[in-house]
Write a protein that binds this ligand. Structure first.
Ligand SMILES: O=C(O)c1cc(=O)[nH]c(=O)n1[C@@H]1O[C@H](COP(=O)(O)O)[C@@H](O)[C@H]1O
Length: 308
């Protein structure tokens, strides 16, 4: 799957991910009204509204982008219908040729991690039959439990040719509370980065490993250090746009080959129609506003990379 991700990035010339984090408050009124007319103001109604919202955004952007990242929490909040909308979103994006990164941030004791990996990346055996439950291409993994919490995900990736992005240095303001703590003079995030590089060694695609890392755009200097520590790992970089990250902050997350990083923006793209810069589109044309926001993001990152 890392090869498909790289091929899609080269084809679109856009090292970006559209984050499908559909809060109900981002879904324009006309979409909500239509969904509630059919399903009522219910969990089913909300799930239909976020699915229709996603579909419109995907239809307006899929040809410009290599990948999407649905954030499972945004679907889970609507219970079982929400998870059905998650699955519909995954399937639809794959039909459109996009790589799907399931942002699930899981990680537990080995046996539990194995079940998460089965559900999201693998296949489950039921009697004589096997099923692929959610079937994302990559998932995000929390490494706090150590190797035995991560290895079951790696095992499934090897079997199914899928991939991981392991949290190394997160974009949020409090990420330093634990991640920056020094251990024998080295910050914890660097130790985790070194482990990600090791885990990745036995999981190589052609030039890059299918075991990648998450490093926030909001910490560019740390990104620069981590790029060197994990030269063969793809870095998923969230924090662009709504959290303040800009193209110029991102250049050091990339390798000299122009590859190695993929930058996520969720609210900045899916709720673009609410921003002043895209207000001319109005809520009726929210998909077109998202497309314009994708184009602007790609231009910003490309010009930063060209002038480095
Ligand atoms: O794993 C992630 O994607 C992630 C890691 C991180 O350090 N920071 C971070 O914001 N994220 C996710 O990236 C998305 C960022 O959303 P926006 O701030 O709206 O672009 C959300 O889905 C977050 O859960």
């Amino acid at each position: 799957m890392i090869q498909k991700l790289i091929a899609n990035i080269k084809k679109t010339n856009a090292p970006i991910v559209v984050g499908l984090d559909p809060m109900l408050s981002y879904v324009p009124e006309q979409v909500q009204k239509k969904a509630y007319a059919e399903f009522g103001e219910t969990l089913e109604g909300a799930a239909e509204a976020i699915w229709q919202f996603n579909k419109e955004i995907i239809d307006h952007t899929y040809d410009l982008i290599p990948a999407v990242k649905p954030q499972v929490a945004m679907y889970e909040q609507f219970g079982v219908p929400g998870m059905a909308a998650f699955k519909k979103t995954v399937d639809y994006c794959k039909e459109k040729g996009l790589v799907v990164i399931g942002d699930i941030k899981r990680g537990d004791i080995g046996s539990t991690s194995a079940a998460y990996a089965t559900g999201h990346l693998g296949r489950v055996q039921i009697g004589s039959k096997s099923y692929v439950p959610f079937d994302e291409d990559f998932v995000t993994v929390n490494p706090y439990l150590g190797s035995d919490g991560v290895n079951p995900f790696i095992d499934v990736c090897k079997e199914e040719k899928k991939g991981l992005f392991i949290l190394v240095k997160t974009s949020n303001p409090s990420s330093g509370e634990f991640q920056d703590q020094l251990i024998d003079g080295k910050p914890l995030y660097e130790l985790v980065g070194e482990r990600v590089a090791q885990w990745g060694e036995s999981c190589m695609g052609e030039e890059y490993s299918y075991i990648g890392a998450v490093v926030g755009a909001t910490y560019p200097e740390m990104g620069k250090a981590l790029r060197k520590i994990m030269p063969k790992s793809y870095i998923l970089v969230p924090g662009y746009g709504a959290q303040g990250g800009k193209g110029k902050d991102l250049v050091h997350f990339f390798n000299e080959d122009g590859l190695g990083a993929i930058v996520n923006s969720s609210r900045g793209i899916i709720a673009a129609y609410k921003q002043e810069a895209y207000a001319k589109f109005g809520p009726e044309h929210f998909g077109e506003a998202s497309r314009a926001a994708v184009e602007a993001m790609v231009a910003d990152i490309s010009s930063a990379l060209e002038s480095r």
